[in-house]
Write a protein that binds this ligand. Structure first.
Ligand code: MLT
Length: 383
């Protein structure tokens, strides 16, 4: 099997792909491993079975095109959450205190006489506030948001969490002192600090714009380590210049944001720790291998989780549309060949579904072709 590497990936993945052809030069790959490489104009060849994103965000991958071709897209939710949480905590402090400006000013004193006197005289320009006692709004309570919310409670902050799609897993992990709200406007109006942890989707794109920024509490600090396009940069610059937003800290610099006082641009460092890079590479690699070898799907963003311990001679995997009677049509092709289905698992995610069938005999190529020809079947794979 061949895996194409589209970004530098932690060497931890080299171990996971032992026995595979795995490099930047692979042709006709069965799998792709990447971080932020933009795959939107990348041709999806017929050999391609899956794409694994070593990270959480998948806006650099053409999800719809992949789904229609039966290409499974994986991500690694939670694998870099601690790294991002630590950066957010650092940014909460940087949001209230003028550490960066003060440190830059201190550097400018080099070569001057009596530096300690100059420091004491000049430091009042860099006075800041403490986070303890302030209110933090966490928008998005997935793996990262949940960790940030809990850590902020321990910093003595009051925390409001907003997430209309919160999972049971996240809800269990969240400190009971975090107040849940279903009203985004409430977060905007009442919080001194806001940190955003949502994926970039058509619904979340530009969620911080002139209108929502004008609803914010005066002097709010906004932190964005999720994606740049969640914010309309020009509107943010205006809000910062007017003092509505006292500071904007983002992991996504752009031409409009750079050089503006009280906007701190970090060069996409949220997940850039060796620990997070190792965790993401391992998790993405393992998920990819389990899919390529066993057809199991875990943590896919476009297909449902379907896993089955392999128990029979043959396994037939079918990507199909989530439509009426399709399952009975697939099963009846197998049954009409006199082949027994030992185990079967099927699940759907929105309009798409995935089926694993463990069979007591290898089905004939003709029967697999018949299944592939059923309207709504997107891909078949015999393992
Ligand atoms: C993510 O979406 O998790 C990050 O962008 C990961 C990365 O820096 O590659």
């Amino acid at each position: 099997m061949r895996i194409l590497k589209l970004n530098a990936i932690s060497p931890v993945a080299d171990e996971v792909f032992k026995g595979y052809e795995y490099s930047e030069a692979v042709q006709d790959p069965h799998g792709v491993m990447l971080r932020s490489f933009n795959m939107h104009d990348y041709p999806l060849g017929d050999s391609l079975l899956a794409v694994a994103r070593a990270g959480a965000g998948v806006n650099n991958i053409p999800i719809e095109k992949c789904t229609e071709k039966g290409v499974v897209v994986f991500n690694t939710p939670g694998a870099n959450a601690n790294a991002v949480k630590e950066l957010v905590l650092c940014e909460l402090f940087l949001g209230g205190r003028k550490i960066v400006d003060g440190a830059n000013w201190a550097q400018s004193l080099k070569g001057q006489a009596d530096i300690s006197k100059l420091v004491e005289k000049g430091k009042n320009k860099f006075v800041g506030q403490e986070v303890s006692g302030k209110k933090l709004g966490v928008i998005g309570l997935g793996a990262i948001g949940a960790m940030v919310a809990n850590a902020a409670i321990h910093l003595g902050m009051q925390v409001a969490g907003y997430d209309p799609y919160i999972s049971i897993k996240s809800a269990w992990l969240i400190n009971r002192r975090v107040e849940f709200t279903s009203d985004l406007n409430e977060v905007l109006k009442t919080c001194d600090y806001i940190t955003v942890h949502v994926p970039l989707t058509p619904d979340t794109k530009e969620m911080f714009n002139k209108k929502t920024l004008s609803s914010c509490k005066d002097g709010v600090v906004i932190i964005n380590n999720s994606r740049g396009d969640l914010v309309v940069s020009a509107d943010m610059v205006e809000a910062v210049k007017s003092g509505k937003v006292s500071r904007y800290i983002t992991d996504f610099p752009d031409e409009t944001l750079l050089g503006v006082e009280n906007i701190l641009c970090v060069p996409h460092l949220g997940a850039s720790t060796p620990e997070a890079e190792d965790n993401c590479a391992y998790m993405a690699g393992k998920q990819l291998v389990d899919y390529l070898e066993n057809g199991n799907i875990t943590n896919s963003v476009n297909y449902p989780t379907v896993t089955l311990p392999k128990s029979s001679t043959a396994r037939l995997c079918v990507h199909h549309k989530n439509i009426k009677e399709i399952l009975s049509k697939i099963v009846s092709v197998i049954s009409s060949q006199g082949v027994n289905i030992a185990h079967m698992a099927d699940s759907s995610k929105g309009e798409y579904a995935y089926l694993i069938m463990d069979l007591d005999e290898v089905p004939s190529p003709a029967s697999v072709e018949l299944i592939a020809a059923i309207p709504g079947v997107l891909r078949t794979r015999l393992l």
